[in-house]
Write a protein that binds this ligand. Structure first.
Ligand code: 13P
Length: 247
């Protein structure tokens, strides 16, 4: 199904200081003057969320975190809980990003536990899946991603608001993107897995990986692409807004 309202979400990763929130304010101001039908969000470093919530108050930009702990509180030095993100002003949270899966050893079960924590805190999770180049070259992309969907999305998501982001690991930060045929194949497989597992027929499936103002319109026009999860190009308001306009 082609979804008309898209979800365009920026992931700033470990980038940005208080001064960088000027870019977020520019996004807010532009959307105030030229409203869009699409949902627009920015997933910020945890340190900026409270200040962003205050500075962007009243605008249409949704604020999110980039990860959360599976527990609500406790002796987990350095970690941030879903409830803390919510308390700071977030409404979204990315979970299971490949940089967390690879760099921090997060398994599908770990991701599912974080999804549960996000739901308990009242956050809308954006659950990331995606194959490595090695897995794609071995012809296993659909199998790998289907297994990630089955393992990372708990039954408690049934009927809840959430999104899935398909982010092929080899497309992240590389300037390389899959062909529209590859995107269509992967998003169709993810939709089938979502319908089978959770009856989720309309949950947005975002595409992420080297989305930029030049390729956004083509990627966002593919069947079952319900939006974009944008890394590097979300750091500058002009680029991010160009992607929103391309949707
Ligand atoms: O990982 C990503 C978003 O979560 C994609 O990053 P880039 O857009 O920088 O490739």
């Amino acid at each position: 199904m082609k979804q008309s309202v898209k979800m365009i979400v920026g992931n700033w990763k470990m980038n940005g200081l208080a001064a960088s929130l000027g870019e977020a304010e520019a996004v807010r101001d532009t959307l105030a003057g030229q409203p869009t039908a699409h949902r627009v969000g920015l997933c910020l470093p945890a340190t900026l969320i409270a200040q962003a919530a205050w500075r962007l108050k009243g605008g249409s930009v949704e604020i999110g975190g980039q990860d959360c702990h599976a527990e609500a509180s406790g002796a987990f030095t350095g970690s941030v809980s879903a409830g803390m993100l919510k308390d700071a002003g977030a409404s979204l949270v990315i979970v299971g990003h490949s940089e967390r899966r690879a760099g921090f050893g997060e398994s599908d079960a770990d991701v599912a536990a974080k999804v549960e924590a996000a739901l308990r805190a009242g956050l809308e999770p954006i659950v990331c899946v995606g194959e490595t180049l090695e897995q794609r070259d071995a012809g296993r992309a659909v199998e790998v991603v289907t297994a990630q969907v089955a393992g990372s999305l708990p039954e408690s998501l049934r009927g809840r608001d959430f999104a899935v982001a398909y982010e092929p690991v080899w497309a992240i930060g590389t300037g390389r993107t899959p062909t529209v045929e590859q995107v269509a194949e992967m998003h169709a497989a993810i939709r089938a897995a979502l319908v089978e597992g959770l009856g989720a027929t309309t949950t947005p499936i975002l595409y992420g990986g080297s989305v930029n103002p030049r390729n956004a319109a083509e990627l966002l026009s593919v069947a079952e692409v319900g939006g974009a999860l944008v890394g590097g190009a979300s750091l500058k308001a002009d680029d991010f807004l160009a992607i929103v306009r391309a949707a």
